[in-house]
Design a protein around this ligand. Structure first.
Ligand code: AHR
Length: 518
């Protein structure tokens, strides 16, 4: 056998020329839906217990919500939060989480080999969501349960009054219906790991019947059918096609989940993760449109990308194997590096680029479990590196997403072949006239970029922020050093005749802001 000499990331760079980027208000994708900046709270590890909720913590309010985590959630700019799972929901009885806390049962959670106390349930989540200023997105259990339990939960949650379940909600302290608009029909039921795993036909039929019944109770809700757990599933695309054959007319979204694993240390490939996300979205859209064509459906389905992130997945099994049945163990508490922050920024760029077909996106998860916010039980909360690109994108991606077609040098990756070094998207706020340009230089060298903004006469640059991972790629934020990875300002470029040039340092994420001349 011939030995293969590994190619170093630096050697795979194709130094061609300056990259070129033209941005014009005429080339629109669609509105930057606030729901693209969603997150996810699952009963998993320390996301709920010790994350958003920790009675007795010095910073907890009288209801047990950690004020520091609430503040960081608001700062993160999260718009919608999916709850209560995840794999957890596929064995969950929602009734366990309502009524007097002292009467709630302790249960085995089979998904995460955990004891669930049910101290936190529906009402606690809804009140927290209200405090955090986020829209709740609920998932129903279609693993071990079915149409009836989903309808019961919806009636309890959204029906005003005068029935056993709605009056029970009122008795439990919520006089007004919660009015939850977004509902997931189960979670990852294509996955053999899922409690109640199903074939596409089994799930498709169940989801269609559940959807029909739920819309009889509340026609104003939007429903998400489960797509594949990830693009590598052997049933990917055929699962979506079969499920949509059953459900297309009853649902509003098809879900997609994806996680990118940097564990193998292949930095060139992990930095190109957004190329995979881009292809994934195109393939789900093509599959949905194929079913629409077959069924003569005129309504275009959108994707709910309700789980996405960077995740060092190889560490999960050891976390699970290490222990017996316990409450709220530390699970997959990944420490995110500066490179991971660049990848997360690029994934957001890609989600925005598909804003015409991706209507919801939830980064998984919010606190501790592969999360932008980390806490210590009884101790402080801090921002992980990936917090920053999310917060800045959520804050500044307002208005209309514009299509950009950068001309860029390329580099080779083991996972995705030859990929562009530069990735970009722009968002134009017609009300304020502001333009936000998000960019990533995936390459190991500085990248000069020539920007053509002649389509925006009168705009001037106001800010250039970066997270540059080149100097400290493995750096992470910790309790002791919570601000090691932060966005830093670069010299604001000057504009001349609608053109300007910027230099993007190696392996970096960028926000360039432009505003009308005062
Ligand atoms: O977010 C962690 C887990 O990843 C979720 O519970 C599951 O849906 C996915 O596989």
């Amino acid at each position: 056998m011939t030995a293969v000499t590994p190619v170093r990331y630096e050697e795979r760079w194709h130094p061609v020329r300056n990259a070129q980027l033209t941005i014009d208000p005429a080339f629109t994708v669609g509105p930057a839906d606030r729901r693209l900046f969603g997150s996810f709270v699952e009963h998993m590890g320390r996301c709920v217990y010790g994350g958003i909720y920790e009675p007795g913590h010095p910073n907890a309010d009288p209801r047990g919500y950690r004020r520091d985590v609430l503040e960081l959630t608001r700062e993160l700019g999260v718009s919608v939060v999916r709850y209560p799972g995840g794999n957890f929901v596929s064995g969950y009885r929602w009734e366990d989480g309502v009524g007097p806390v002292g009467d709630r049962p302790r249960r085995l959670d089979l998904a995460w080999k955990t004891v669930e106390t049910n101290a936190f349930g529906l009402h606690e989540f809804m009140t927290w969501a209200d405090e955090a200023g986020v829209e709740p997105m609920m998932a129903v259990n279609l693993g071990t349960r079915g149409v009836q339990e989903a309808c019961d939960l919806l009636e309890y949650t959204n029906h005003p009054a005068g029935t056993q379940l709605s009056d029970l909600r009122r008795k439990n302290g919520a006089e007004d219906p919660y009015g939850v608009r977004l509902w997931c029909l189960g979670n990852e039921l294509d996955g053999p790991w899922q409690v109640g795993h199903k074939t596409a036909d089994e799930y498709g039929r169940l989801a269609a019947e559940t959807a029909r019944a739920m819309k009889l109770i509340d026609p104003s809700i939007s429903l998400v059918a489960c797509g594949s757990s990830n693009r590598r599933m052997p049933t990917f695309a055929s699962w979506e096609a079969t499920v949509l054959e059953h459900t297309y007319e009853h649902v509003d979204y098809i879900s997609a989940h994806t996680y990118y694993d940097p564990s193998d240390g292949d930095r060139a490939s992990i930095l190109a993760s957004a190329v995979d996300l881009d292809n994934f979205i195109r393939e789900v859209v093509a599959t949905a449109d194929h079913v629409a064509a077959k069924q003569r459906q005129r309504r275009k389905l959108r994707i709910s990308f309700d789980e996405w992130n960077v995740w060092y997945e190889s560490r999960l099994q050891s976390d699970l194997d290490r222990r017996g049945w316990v409450e709220a163990p530390a699970l997959i508490e990944d420490d995110y590096t500066a490179v991971d922050a660049v990848v997360v920024g690029d994934l957001l760029i890609t989600l925005l680029r598909h804003a015409d077909r991706v209507g919801v996106a939830c980064q998984a998860q919010l606190a501790n479990v592969i999360a932008p916010i980390r806490t210590r039980n009884g101790g402080p909360a801090w921002r992980q590196s990936i917090f920053h690109p999310f917060a800045l994108t959520a804050r500044h991606a307002r208005g209309t997403v514009l299509r950009t077609e950068p001309v860029s040098p390329t580099y080779d990756t083991a996972r995705y072949g030859e990929v562009p070094v530069l990735d970009t998207v722009a968002v134009h706020d017609e009300e304020t006239g502001e333009l936000a340009v998000f960019a990533v230089n995936r390459g190991p060298n500085d990248l000069p970029v020539d920007l053509d903004l002649r389509g925006f006469p009168g705009l001037r640059p106001v800010e250039h922020l970066t997270i540059a991972a080149g100097a400290d790629p493995a750096g992470t934020n910790t309790e002791a050093d919570p601000e090691r990875i932060m966005p830093r300002p670069l010299t604001t470029p000057t504009i001349d005749g609608g053109r300007c040039s910027v230099r993007l340092p190696a392996c970096s994420w960028h926000l360039l802001r432009f505003a009308p001349q005062p």
